[in-house]
Ligand binder design. Structure first.
Ligand code: GLC
Length: 547
């Protein structure tokens, strides 16, 4: 299967569509919305984990890798979903969480019960002294990355929540178990896999971090990482011609990603990297706000495009996911220019080289939730950081403002289908409150407009599926010094495509040699092609020429 014509739609199942009146999204809810997805044109759905989980981290704390949490539905429901999706030309990608399991997983429970075999599935170390953890590493969700277990007088590692114990990948039995899980889902007809924080599975050493105290340099892109991925590939998905795999790579490097996704490396098909989504982190700190650094954004996107292309490696392209605030609020303008900027961001991303991912609600320009009280938040990361920042002495209003901009719950509020209560997601109170924007920002309202964001995305998706230059064209940056326009070209033999994007409200003039180009798409209906174009607020243009 070629990865070139794939467009992946990410469903956060808990928030997509409730069908059984319990305020949780579920598989039957997704089935009822497949026609919508077919209409959008996507050909893959990535589902966040739906397997049994105590939900401390919304499913990324897996208790049982092989069965669905009943709140999502049953294996029969899933089989029907897969069949109905296939009928509509849509394949399925599942999320494999292999860096850690829930501490409620049978393996961890048997470890606690004293079974040596299972104890060796996890990472245990002696403390430095009574009550002192083995090293100074910090959990990604705040606090020490180690938890003491009295009966062993040892600590287990948890890079995330205390209920997410890290697996020990040096143990071949752990690696075999993970391959078996992938094979289980392959036997159910799943051939797409997203591997959660997969570049953290090989820990280099367990020494104190002398620099920034979180320890990431010792567990990111570790020494056996590529070996483990090749082994997993050979033992599982690599046996399928039609697999589609993506690794979530936390704080990674281009060099490693070239190897993770290089055409001949036999690891993964593509990678998610996050550097472009940190350009609004002040001092690289997630909880310190700053305006996006546009020049840094441009240069990062360009650098990754160029390096990956030159080495025949492949990017996953995304602005949004369940861990990121909404792009239209972050890089666009979710007030007066919500439509224009949502379309511009879509075009700027979809014409790049790589595989685009659309996160639910992005195709109608859903903005951040803008919750005003901490009680409205559910995400463990948000509630932890709220307490920490208050303790550090930050005023409550400021902390709430930070969460409005940065919380993962901004992405996780229920999908906004129409203006009925809870946006048509559920007829009972949802597990996470709907964003207050739903009466005006919803699928029904958007699609009533001939010039909808949805229709614009449909067109972007159609361009990728039908045009070789979008799939395989060579990327080169344009107007690199321009401080408000991100522009680039794609070239494939006689075909040429140019995409220009004004990232600001201010108008600006650009000059490019555009003789012979025609407009494939844009967000202002009356645009005309000239060598000098005055770009209006958030204007985007996709231009095309055939020699
Ligand atoms: C990934 C997931 C995120 C989760 C974390 C721990 O980053 O995308 O939602 O909290 O891994 O599994």
């Amino acid at each position: 299967m070629s990865k070139f014509d794939k467009i992946v739609y990410q469903i956060y199942p808990k928030s997509f569509q409730d069908s059984n009146h319990d305020g949780w999204g579920d598989i039957r809810g997704v089935i009822s919305r497949l026609d919508y997805l077919q209409d959008l044109g996507i050909n893959y759905i990535w589902f966040n984990p739906m397997t049994v989980s105590p939900q401390k981290d919304n499913g990324y704390d897996v208790k049982d890798y092989r069965s669905f949490d009943p709140r999502y539905g049953t294996m029969e429901d899933f089989e029907e979903l897969a069949k109905e999706a296939k009928k509509r030309g849509i394949d399925i990608m599942f999320d494999m969480v292999f860096n850690h399991t829930s501490t409620e997983h049978e393996w961890f429970q048997r470890a606690l019960a004293g079974e040596e075999k299972y104890k060796n599935y996890y990472i245990w170390k002696k403390g430095k002294g009574p009550g002192v953890p083995p090293n100074n590493w910090q959990s990604k969700f705040a606090g020490s990355a180690w938890e003491y277990v009295e009966q062993f007088d040892e600590w287990y590692l948890h890079l995330f929540d205390v209920s997410q114990a890290d697996l020990d990948w040096t143990n071949p039995e752990v690696r075999r178990e993970c391959a078996d899980i992938v094979n289980f889902w392959r036997s159910k007809g799943v051939h797409g896999f997203r591997f959660d924080v997969i570049n953290l599975i090989s820990k280099a050493s367990f020494e104190d971090d002398p620099f920034n105290f979180d320890g990431r340099q010792f567990y990111t892109d570790g020494p056996r990482e590529h070996e483990y991925l090749r082994e997993l590939n050979r033992a599982s998905f690599g046996q399928d011609e039609d697999h589609l795999t993506v690794g979530e790579m936390s704080s990674t490097t281009i060099d490693n990603c070239i190897q993770y996704s290089g055409a001949d490396c036999e690891e993964l098909d593509m990678v998610f990297s996050f550097h472009h989504l940190k350009v609004d982190y002040h001092n690289k700190m997630k909880w310190e706000l700053q305006e996006p650094d546009f020049m840094e954004l441009k240069s990062l996107l360009t650098e990754w495009q160029v390096a990956m292309q030159e080495n025949n490696a492949w990017n996953a392209l995304f602005w949004n996911c369940h861990d990121q605030p909404r792009s239209v609020s972050r890089f666009g303008n979710d007030g007066k220019y919500r439509r224009e900027s949502a379309k511009m961001l879509g075009a700027a991303l979809h014409m790049l080289r790589g595989t685009p991912y659309v996160y639910q609600g992005e195709e109608i320009g859903m903005p951040n939730a803008y919750f005003t009280d901490i009680s409205e938040y559910v995400d463990v990361e948000s509630t932890n950081i709220y307490d920490i920042l208050l303790k550090e002495g930050k005023p409550k209003e400021e902390v709430l403002h930070i969460l409005q901009e940065r919380s993962r719950d901004n992405a996780r509020t229920p999908m906004q289908w129409d203006d009925s209560p809870n946006g048509g997601f559920s007829d009972v109170t949802p597990w996470l409150k709907s964003a207050s924007s739903y009466p005006s920002v919803n699928v029904k309202a958007d699609r009533q407009d001939a010039d909808s964001i949805f229709a614009f995305y449909q067109n972007l998706i159609r361009l990728r599926k039908t045009m070789k230059v979008v799939q395989e064209g060579w990327f080169s940056p344009l107007l690199e010094e321009n401080r408000q326009v991100f522009a680039y070209r794609r070239d494939l033999e006689a075909e040429h495509l140019i995409c220009v994007n004004n990232f600001y409200e201010a108008e600006t003039e650009i000059t490019l040699p555009l003789e012979g180009y025609e407009i494939l798409s844009g967000n202002y209906p009356d645009a005309v092609v000239k060598n000098t174009i005055r770009l209006r607020p958030y204007e985007t243009l996709i231009l095309y020429k055939k020699d």
